[in-house]
Ligand binder design. Sequence first.
Ligand code: BTN
Length: 301
Amino acid sequence: MEDLNDARTTLEDFFSVLPGNFVQPSPPLTRDTIYSTLATTWLGRRIELFDCLPSTNREAAQLAQAEVEHGTVVIADSQTAGRGRLSRTWFSPPGANLYCSIILRTARPPERLTEWLSWLPLISALAAAEAIEQVSSVHVSVKWPNDLLISERKVGGILCESGTGARSDPFQIIGIGINVNGDQDDWPVDLRDSATSIWQGRKIVVDRNRLIAQLLLELEQCLDELAVYGTNRIALAYCQRCSTIGITVRATLANGDMVVGLAEGIGQDGSLRVRPQVFHPGAGTPEVVHLRVADIIHVKS
Ligand code: BTN
C-alpha cells in the first residue's frame, strides 16, 4: 500500500518551498522535462543543468574555451555570483527563477560580425519577451538595449559576452536572467521598487521547464531570422516591443556623462538615437546622438 506520509514528503521536496522565502511552489528544473517540450532544431541540443553555480555565464565561457559545441545551453537553479550589466550583481536565489547562458560559435565576415554582435543583446531581449508572453500571457516590453519590463518594472535582463576558444575561434555567450515565481517580499530592499517577477505581475505560477523551452525556440527563430534576412524585419519587431522609443530618457554614458532627450529610434547598428533636450532658448535644434552603451531611465512618455 502507498504510504501517504511518504508521498507528502516527496511532494514537499518536489515543490521545495524554502524557509523564510516567499517562493511560489513550482516544479523543479529537469533536463528530461525541458527536452520533452523543446521544439528547436539546433539550439539546446546539449543542455548542462546545475543546482548551483557561481554564474552560468562564467561556466559557459569555460565550456566554450574547452570547445563545446555551438548552441549548448547552461542552466542553474541558483547562482552565488550572478553577474549583471555594467558590473552589477544579479540576485539569483534557488527554486524560483531562470538563469541560463547560451553558447554560440558564429563565424561571420568581419564587416557583418560587428553588426551581428551589436544586435545580439537586442534580439535576445526580444526572444525572452516573446517567450514570457507565450507562457504567461503577461505583456512584456523591452527597455533599450535589453531590459525586460512588466508594467515598467524589471522582470529580466540579458548579459552578452564574447571571447576566443583554445584554437582562437570566437564564441559568444548570451546570459539571460528572468524573475519567474519569486515574491517581492523575498527580494533585497533595493530591488523592491524597481523589480518584478511573472508571479508578481500576474499571480500565476510558471513552470520554468516550459519557459526555458519556449525561450530557446524564440531565440533560435530570432537568430535564424537575423542570419538569413539581416536586421530589417527583426529591427521592426524589436521597435514594436521597445518602450524606450518615443519617450524622454535620461542616459548615463560609460564615461559618466549624462544625456537627457527624446529617444527617436534605433540605428542600423542597434544604437539608440536620442535627440538631446534644449535647455537654453535659442540654442537651435541639437544633433541626434547615437548611444551604444548607456544606462537608461525612462523619464516620461
Ligand atoms: C542585467 O544586468 O540586466 C543582465 C542580467 C543578466 C543575468 C543573467 S542570469 C544568467 C546569466 N549568468 C550571469 O551571471 N548573468 C546572466
